[in-house]
Design a protein around this ligand. Structure first.
Ligand code: GMT
Length: 402
């Protein structure tokens, strides 16, 4: 198939998922076209043969806000037409699903061809940004007019159905992890008394990075440990300040946005997540593939990735003492740490391997064409034909149920 993939290029979960999925689909023989305003960072240096379509947003003095949504829609329609793309798969609803819908309408209007749109919901596009009153109605509409919609966890599916008036089925497909790149270290490293706790994030408030520093402060009272932050973002200064206030600055390293995150993971002893929300938790899953035990807050979709007491420990959000106790117990018991680490690797291999996830998406795309799915008309597959886009059930757009 010829598949267009739209994502944000920055270091963030949804861009990583889109890139990893694209690679998995290429390995299965599909022709992949990526669209973004920059080359997604996980594609930099990849040896596979993919097409990248840069979305150019010309600046003009009247634009206080350059219309990226329109530039993307135009690029999608033109490339879809020229390359005869079958499917456009957008990652993160805002504004990608709206741009894809506009592209579908253009292709339909000019060429009477049905371009299929798949939207994957990632988290903040639903429960944070997408829920802003300025965006809700268009996000809802773009989801309802996609040919297929997926969510990255059962939690996110439920949250979407609770918040929005959804007319389409939402299928849960978990995120793909490249288990060849993210693999355990081959040789045992020299036993170091001081253990390394890793924390990976974009330092946004939802990641509660200051909690990680406070947890390290509690852990080091009982055993030697250091904390390495990977990533960068707005709350980095808050984490630095907290480390200074607690006098642990020498035990905290800020490694920035490391390109080769897998190499850092292989040097760590445990992955700590202090997010108050994760619809999935991509960095947690990548650490698990590397064979690291995990300690995380029990929020969002994290319990679908990490099973408490099997691959690590889940504690209540903000319970710093419980998190420190769990870390202390794991780091002081090599046998327990080894068991959690092996279980973690096995869970990722059996549930989230990227070839397996690419196959699930492949089947979903196929269903849009071959009529074997649960579409309205079995003879032509799922999804909306272009004429049907205009027929919706009446809804009062000025009123919301909640
Ligand atoms: O929240 C982020 O840090 C970035 C965001 C994104 O879209 O790039 O991550 C969301 O999507 C990831 C991939 O599906 C998930 O692993 C993250 O859990 C999710 N973030 C939140 O739900 C807060």
């Amino acid at each position: 198939m010829k598949i267009g993939i739209v994502c944000y290029p920055s270091i963030g979960g949804s861009g990583i998922v889109a890139s990893e999925l694209g690679k998995g689909l290429m390995d299965r023989g599909h022709e992949i076209h990526f669209f973004s305003y920059d080359l997604p960072h996980r594609l930099i240096g990849d040896g596979r043969l993919f097409n990248f379509h840069h979305v150019d947003v010309p600046l003009y003095p009247v634009f206080r806000f350059p219309p990226y949504t329109l530039a993307l829609a135009t690029r999608l329609a033109e490339v879809a037409d020229r390359e005869q793309l079958d499917v456009i798969h957008v990652h993160y609803a805002i504004p990608h699903s709206t741009s894809a819908l506009l592209a579908k309408l253009m292709v339909c209007h000019y060429n009477r061809r049905d371009l299929k749109i798949v939207t994957t919901l990632h988290g903040t596009d639903i429960d944070l940004v997408g829920w802003e009153p300025s965006y809700r109605t268009i996000v809802e509409y773009s989801i309802n007019t996609s040919d297929a919609v997926t969510a990255v966890s059962e939690y996110l599916k439920r949250a979407t159905l609770e918040k929005f008036r959804i007319e389409r089925e939402i299928e849960v497909i978990y995120n793909p992890i490249d288990t060849h790149v993210f693999r355990p270290r081959e040789s045992a490293v020299e036993e170091d008394l001081s253990k390394t706790i890793l924390h990976i994030s974009n330092f946004r408030p939802v990641k509660r990075v200051q909690d990680a520093v406070k947890i390290l402060d509690l852990v080091r009272n009982c055993r030697p440990a250091r904390l390495v932050f990977l990533g960068d973002g707005p709350d980095r200064t808050l984490a630095e300040r907290t480390a200074q206030q607690l006098g642990v600055q020498d035990l905290v390293t800020f490694a920035g946005s490391a390109q080769k995150i897998e190499e850092w993971l292989r040097q760590g002893d445990l992955l700590l997540s202090t997010s108050s929300m994760e619809s999935f938790g991509m960095s947690i899953a990548e650490a698990m593939a590397t064979g690291l035990p995990v300690v995380a807050y029990r929020v969002g979709g994290i319990p679908e990735v990490v099973e408490d007491g099997v691959q690590g420990r889940l504690v209540n959000e903000g319970d710093l003492c419980a998190a420190a106790r769990a870390i202390g117990a794991i780091l002081s018991d090599p046998e327990l740490a080894g068991t959690y680490g092996r279980n973690a690797r096995a869970r990722i291999e059996s549930k989230f391997g990227h070839a397996m996830i690419a196959e699930q998406y492949e089947k979903l795309y196929q269903r849009l064409f071959d009529g074997k799915g649960k579409g309205r008309d079995g003879s032509r597959g799922e999804g909306l034909l272009c004429d049907e886009l205009l027929k919706g059930a009446p809804v009062d757009l000025t009123r919301r149920p909640n």
